[in-house]
Design a protein. Sequence first.
Length: 268
Amino acid sequence: MVRQAMASPGVQLASPHWAALWYRPWADVGRLVWQAAAQRAGAGAVAEALNGHAGPGVPVRFAPAAQVPAGAAYEAFIAQRRAVPTRDNLHDAFNGLVWLRLPASKARLNALQAAELARDGVAARRGPVRDAATVFDENAALLHAPDALWQALAERRWGELFGPLRPLWRDARLLVFGHAALEKLVAPYKSITVHVWRVAPPFDPAGDLAPLDTWLAADLTPEMLAAKPFAPLPVLGVPGWWAGNETPAFYADAQVFRPARLAIDPDR
C-alpha cells in the first residue's frame, strides 16, 4: 500500500504503510525521518533528515550524493570519509534508516566491502565475499526460528513450512534488513523474495535491536559470507504478513515458491 506523500516544499518520498509488520522495526524513526525530509527544501534533504535523527552510536554521517568525487567507489568513500552518500530517494532513505537502527552491522558490512576493494580494486566482477555482502546489504532478512522451521525453509519444503509447521511461526522473529527489499515492500507484490540469514539470539523486531546488532556484526565474517548461507523466502508468505496467504493455494505458485536446487546447511 502506497500512501500519497504529504504536501510540502521538501522531498516527496512515497510514504510506506508503517503499520505493516515488515515496517514495525523501522516505523518510529522512519516516520520522523520522512516528515523531516518533507520539511526541507533542496538537494540533500534526506541526508539532513537522517543526520537529525542519528544517535551517538551511529558511526557515520549522511552526505548528499553530489559530494562523492567522480569515479570514487561507494564503499571506499564511506570507509574513508565516515559519510554515506545519500540521494533524495526511497532507496537511500531506507539505507539510512537501517544505519540508524543497526549501525554496527552496517559498519561491518562496509568494512568488509572496503577491504575487498582495497585488495582487489574495483573489478568488473565482485569476489564471493563482496558479492555476498552486497546481497546481504540490499536484500537480507534476519530470522530467529525453531530448528524445524529453519530446516524446512532451507530445503524449500514450502508445503510443510506453511502447512503443518505454520504454528511454529509464532515462535519465530523476522526482520527485513536489506534496504532494496524494504523499498520494494512500499508497493508489495507476491514474488518479493528476501535472502534469509539465520540469527541465534531472539529479538523483538519493534524493540531494542542493540543486542542483535552486536551479535550480527560479529557473525558477519568473510568466511561466513563466502559460504552464502542464505535461504530464499518469498516474504509475503510469512503467516500474518499478507491476507492472501491464509489459503493453501497461495503457496501452490511454483513460479514464486520454487523447489530446491542447491543444498543449504540447515544447521546455520
